[in-house]
Write a protein that binds this ligand. Sequence first.
Ligand SMILES: Cc1cc2nc3c(=O)[nH]c(=O)nc-3n(C[C@H](O)[C@H](O)[C@H](O)COP(=O)(O)O)c2cc1C
Ligand SMILES: [Fe+2]
Ligand SMILES: [Fe+2]
Length: 400
Amino acid sequence: MSPREIKPGVYWIGVNDRTTDLFEGLWPISQEGVSYNSYLVMGEKKAVIDLAKSSTADEYFSQLEEITDISQIDYVVVNHMEPDHSGLLRTFRRLAPRAVILGSAKTQEMLSGFFSIEDRVRAVADGETLPLGQQSLRFFSTPFVHWPETIMTYETSQRILFSCDGFGGYGTISGGIYDDECGHLGFYEREALRYYSNIVANYSSRVLDALAKLAAIPIDIVAPSHGLIWRRDPQCIIQLYKKWAEYASNKREPGITLVYGSMYGHTEKMMNAVAQGISQTGIPLEIFDAARTHVSYILPSLWSKEAVMIGAPTYEVKLFPPVADVLEMAVDKRIQGRKAAYFGSYGWSGGALKELKKIIEPAKWELWGDFVFRGSPTREDLRRGEEFGKNFAKFIQKSD
Ligand SMILES: Cc1cc2nc3c(=O)[nH]c(=O)nc-3n(C[C@H](O)[C@H](O)[C@H](O)COP(=O)(O)O)c2cc1C
Ligand SMILES: [Fe+2]
Ligand SMILES: [Fe+2]
């Protein structure tokens, strides 16, 4: 891609990554891809804000060269040490030998461990301003959005917030880099929620702290390091992040995520009956086969909805493992305080329900009810399953 001037003297230097299958070695992005957005501010002094993943070196540096002589760059701001943004740092230092690295005090400490870099590094304080000539940069400490060292950088003359992971999402840039150039915002909003629930959600209280800190600052453009730049409506992505962060405590969508798994179709048959019961109430319902859907795609639903219906047979005295794995990840991601119900088939003495209770206990999920049956569900079992689904849905509607 070519660099773009987003405001006079401020450039987007972005690269798309369409070949990494798993972001952080864990989250599938082979369909969606991801972008690493870096920015160049050309004042009397020149500063680059965040870099990109090391595998993008050729493309990244040739784009940067289109705009400036790299050896003349004065600063590189490391908002965040994760290698998707800092991977090019050592190469950058060779090409820009006089550039000083700016980051938080924690970044300074981590640079030594990650890259054995100790010289030409300067820690910036929370709220500190760095004049570059016509422009100036102001730094805000935003710990744990996404790592402990993280800062955000604000260009004061044109009111651009370089927010790094904050307000970011999966999804390559497809032509247009701005919200107003993009005809399918729904894709980016969906991928921002998936990114949020996979990567950021665990630190939601820190996101709210950062939002409170940024509330006093006028923001014309949100320029994250993944995904779209928001200039027509910067509040759109800010308010989405706020809403998602608040899901950690109490304000979630009334709706049910149904996560199920089945070896021979007995639990699946029941799942259809339960889903039928739920859908009669009109409550939003999303259904996931845990064995065939990567947890990355299930977490957004679990994060944003109030209730979870779990369907899983007993497997070796335990909960069917693909379903157990999803729930364990949900608990690890601090998806807490959900209302839950369970149904499942067993062959002889069961055991799934007992293990389910153990898994969800630390996250304080409230188990509203359970419905177990032996082998293949009878017609009467299915009728009861439909009632079970309907009653759970009514309970969720009532407690909303
Ligand atoms: C590999 C395997 C392990 C199982 N382990 C147990 C078990 O420990 N206890 C039990 O009651 N049933 C056990 N069962 C029986 C299943 O729970 C039972 O067949 C159930 O109807 C399967 O439902 P599904 O078709 O939805 O997978 C096991 C079945 C399989 C295939
Ligand atoms: Fe990160
Ligand atoms: Fe990142």
